[in-house]
Design a protein around this ligand. Structure first.
Ligand SMILES: *Cc1c(COP(=O)(O)O)cnc(C)c1O
Length: 349
């Protein structure tokens, strides 16, 4: 039985015997083959990290960060968030019996993420500024009010997030040829790369993957090589203009011989639909990893095997889907009405 990522990967994590483990048995998420790469003659596998307890990969880092905060006898935690860090921090803080302060940009946080933080009893404070400014405030507030900052600049967050690389290698028995990751604040791509390097040092794998970092075209500082002051994209989780772990991401791409890719919002939403066609409902930011892989494939530049990290659940951001769908009209409870509705609908295959 899966014991949660701290117990599964203890030797690779900064935990001691005495560290109190705050866990919801996160990690151990499905690694699935897909038909997505078939039209391009490549293999696309997906790591469905939406299956974590709060619906995003953020739980991987949060279990370690909150356990370490408890060990250090912190009085509470604080974070700046586009939504998923807040949802995860709020849940793990509740489990640890901690106070949790969440600073959110006043505009652009998906409703369901806000609802998750509210439900877990976090103190939510909307700030009238974009994410990068909110993060700066959270850093200052952590020092001033003696709270532990649990953004991905917290090294324990990155340590926990490395485990997604371990899990992929454990299932494949090797590293994949390439790993595609949506990039916002750039903590996750940095953590993934560190994870592969740790596994190679430990002799668990002998080859490292190419890293593909995917950003939204309107929020692509790493693709352009300079910060973006007004980041814009439908993918709120990667709407970040000044990534906090800039250097780590650049190093991951350089050392692995990989690349950054920018994709348009249309390409992101098309990839979201393609994933839904595989039964996988993800939020727009998650679909960026697949959109980036499709883009490389169209250019003939995709590796023959890519594992795409699906970072967050589709239920996190229903508005994006609803805005593009037409709500189905009701019919009377008769077989005739049903028959005429069915005849107007193409069957799937
Ligand atoms: C946080 C998040 C990202 C971006 O991860 P970074 O570590 O900030 O680069 C991508 N997708 C989802 C769903 C997220 O919650």
């Amino acid at each position: 039985m899966w014991r949660g990522l701290i117990e599964e990967y203890r030797p690779f994590l900064p935990v001691e015997h005495a560290t109190p483990v705050i866990t919801m048995l996160e990690g151990g998420t499905p690694l699935l083959p897909s038909r997505l790469g078939t039209p391009y003659g490549i293999r696309i596998g997906v790591k469905y990290d939406a299956a974590n307890p709060t619906g995003s990969f953020k739980d991987r880092g949060m279990t370690v960060a909150v356990s370490k905060a408890l060990e250090a006898k912190a009085s509470g935690i604080i974070c700046a968030s586009t939504g998923n860090t807040a949802a995860s921090a709020a849940a793990y803080a509740a489990r640890a019996g901690f106070r949790c302060v969440v600073l959110l940009p006043a505009r652009g946080v998906a409703t369901s993420k806000l609802v998750q933080s509210l439900a877990s009893g976090a103190l939510i404070i909307p700030i009238r500024a974009p994410f990068d400014r909110v993060l700066r405030l959270a850093r200052q507030a952590a020092t001033r009010f003696g709270l532990t900052l649990v953004n991905s600049v917290n090294p324990h967050r990155l340590a926990g997030q490395k485990t997604v690389a371990f899990e992929i290698c454990d299932v494949l028995g090797r590293a994949p040829e390439a790993l595609a990751v949506p990039v916002g604040n750039a903590g996750n791509i940095t953590a993934c790369w560190l994870g592969f390097k740790d596994y190679r040092s430990a002799g668990r794998i002998d080859r490292l993957p190419r890293m593909i970092g995917v950003q939204a075209a309107g929020a692509a500082p790493l693709v352009r090589g300079r910060p973006v002051s007004q980041p814009r994209t439908v993918a709120s989780a990667i709407r970040i203009g000044r990534p906090a772990t800039w250097e780590g991401a650049v190093q991951a791409i350089a050392e692995s011989g990989g690349q950054f890719v920018a994709v348009s919002d249309d390409e992101i939403l098309q990839a979201q639909v393609a994933l839904a066609g595989e039964g996988l409902f993800v939020e727009p930011a998650s679909a960026a990893s697949v959109a980036g892989t499709f883009k490389l494939a169209r250019e003939g530049a995709a590796p023959s095997e890519v594992i795409c990290i699906l970072t967050g659940h589709g239920l996190k951001d229903p508005e994006v889907v609803l805005a593009r769908a037409t709500a189905p009209r009701s019919i009377p409870p008769t077989l005739d009405a049903l028959a005429s509705r069915l005849s107007g609908t193409p069957s799937r295959r």
